[in-house]
Write a protein that binds this ligand. Sequence first.
Ligand SMILES: [Zn+2]
Ligand SMILES: [Zn+2]
Length: 161
Amino acid sequence: MAEPMHCYRHPKRETRVSCATCGRPICTECMVATDVGIKCPDDARLPRGARAGIMKSGQVLRSILAGVGVAVAGIPIVYVLFLLPFTWLISAAAGYGAGVLINRAGGRNGGPLAIVIAVLATAVPFLVLLAPNLLAGALNPRPLIAMVFAVIAAGVANRQI
Ligand SMILES: [Zn+2]
Ligand SMILES: [Zn+2]
């Protein structure tokens, strides 16, 4: 039998189990069973992409903050977009860029929540600028089509890979 090791968190406890990631010995009380073997609590907490699509609360917060930033910064950008030719094409590119930004802020997890944040953040500047027309009931379809392209592109950027 190999020399018994001692749990790194409980130096008095003997164990024959060690963490699959860092190799430190851990006792049965401390060990955490994961999809990739037994791990210490420190490493079990850091799945490193093993749980893609599930954002931690800090990443959700950063995604939302990035979304608010996109929504605010997007207003002048969309205003200019409406003055340019091929608005729908540039809107799709801008929407994709906004989506990528939000995706990165969320730790590149993507997933349904990131898509919702990206879609809302991308739609807001369009809705703000289109609101007067919407309220007047006199909306031409061109900016709406551009918005749809931008929103889809933002969502696509956050799909789970
Ligand atoms: Zn470990
Ligand atoms: Zn222990």
